[in-house]
Design a protein around this ligand. Structure first.
Ligand SMILES: Cc1cc2nc3c(=O)[nH]c(=O)nc-3n(C[C@H](O)[C@H](O)[C@H](O)COP(=O)(O)OP(=O)(O)OC[C@H]3O[C@@H](n4cnc5c(N)ncnc54)[C@H](O)[C@@H]3O)c2cc1C
Length: 383
């Protein structure tokens, strides 16, 4: 059995920020992760839709963290400080940080398994290949993932996009203006948008709506994500996310922390925070700091989280965003979100892997800020 100071289970956004913080503190760390890459989830729609290069989907962990000890595999069991993978490898940490993310939701829709998913770099590359052979793509889900995929497809022109949602507007989780401007942009690019349209079944070649309408095309499920931490019995969960204290310690445990989509992060009103990269990176850093305190026998500290907002990049130099009190959801201002997206990706890579990581992997296309963009504003709100 491998023994270490800290085991990080899942090397995505939260896990990589945790690993970076632990390495800076010169703590011995082992990552348990099935792919050995950091998947750039907010880039996946652009990759799948042929708007960005396939290489934008992920970066190898060893390029971010030279000599990082990685156990390739999925955690199957966690008992008494020992992580056991599906292949039977075992790693014991004095502290464990669980950052294993989430999975696409699986509602009871007949034929859901026929749909492509978009959660991992592998999903994006599979979908990219299938999209290359398809004339039409039916995307089920008008949230951020579905809207970004429709944006990428309509920008690249590789296939026609049909976007379906049972809600009466796009991006229902954000301010109305973001959804309505995204709808205008996508419609102008020829995307067919079907709202108030519940899906009854999914076939290999399309979907059938509850009113009997058939939409023909490659089906993609973009109906949201759910953590599955209940399966591991590490601690109590809410909607599959581990219940944590304000120091990110899993309730009922002494030496297990959780961060990112796998953790039930609450806002100041006690509501579950949405699953977001910005939450994951702040929590990953906070988990690393508290893990170091635990190793040193010091009391842990509460981890403060800032609400930074959302960027929905439609590629083609357009998108919508809400950053702090500012909304970018009108003609002209919609040029800013793709730049913000590139900026955030570069910032993420820099914070995780330093300048070398930014040089080795520079995703996105837009390299110069749109005219009038105040860089001080960016620094202020994005840190
Ligand atoms: C297509 C898409 C677009 C998105 N766009 C945005 C956006 O624009 N802005 C935004 O803020 N958020 C966005 N999100 C959400 C954001 O990417 C996630 O909230 C964020 O990645 C969560 O970070 P995480 O580290 O918790 O999980 P992840 O980044 O998913 O990392 C989890 C890691 O755990 C690994 N893992 C899974 N199961 C196990 C296991 N059993 N054992 C070990 N390892 C395991 C996975 O392989 C992965 O490497 C998007 C998500 C998707 C899918």
């Amino acid at each position: 059995m491998l023994a270490t100071d800290v085991v990080v289970v899942g090397a995505g956004y939260a896990g990589c920020y945790a690993i970076a913080g632990l390495r800076r503190a010169r703590v011995d760390v082992v990552a348990v992760d099935p792919t050995g890459t950091m998947d750039m989830l907010p880039r996946l729609a652009a990759v799948a839709g042929h708007a960005d290069a396939a290489t934008d989907a992920a970066i190898e962990l060893t390029k971010l963290f030279p000599h990082l000890k990685i156990v390739r595999g999925k955690m199957k069991r966690f008992r008494k400080g020992v992580v056991t993978t599906e292949a039977g490898h075992r790693v014991r940490g004095r502290v464990t940080i669980i950052t294993a993310g989430a999975q696409p939701t699986e509602p009871t829709i007949a034929g859901l398994a026929n749909a492509f998913q978009l959660r991992t770099a592998a999903d994006a590359l599979r979908l990219r290949a299938a999209v290359g052979e398809a004339e039409d793509v039916v995307i089920v889900g008008g949230g951020a993932t579905g809207v970004q995929l429709a944006g990428a497809l309509s920008n690249s022109g590789v296939a026609n996009a049909i976007l379906v949602d049972s809600a009466s507007r796009l991006l229902p989780e954000f301010h109305e203006s973001l959804g309505s401007h995204a709808k205008d942009l996508l419609s102008a690019r020829g995307v067919r948008i079907e709202l108030d349209a519940a899906v009854e079944s999914i076939q290999p070649n399309g979907v059938v709506l509850e009113d009997g309408t058939e939409l023909i095309g490659l089906p993609v499920w973009a109906g949201g994500f759910r953590a599955t931490m209940d399966a591991f019995k590490v601690g109590p969960t809410t909607e599959g996310r581990l219940n944590i204290g304000d120091d990110l310690r899993v309730e009922g445990t002494k030496d297990v922390l959780a961060a990112g989509d796998a953790a039930a992060h609450l806002d100041s009103k006690g509501n579950l925070r949405p699953m977001a990269a910005q939450t994951a990176v702040q929590a990953g850093s906070g988990a690393a700091k508290n893990a170091v305190r635990m190793l040193r026998g010091q009391p842990t500290a509460s981890v403060a989280m800032r609400d930074l907002g959302w960027v929905v990049d439609l590629t083609g130099g357009r998108g919508v965003a809400q950053v702090g009190p500012f909304r970018f959801a009108t003609s002209g201002l919609d040029r800013i979100p793709p730049y913000l997206h590139d900026f955030i990706d570069a910032k993420t890579l820099y914070e995780v892997g330093g300048v070398k990581a930014v040089k080795r992997y520079s995703p996105g296309r837009q390299t110069t800020p749109p005219e009038g963009l105040d860089l001080e504003f960016l620094q202020h709100y994005l840190g």
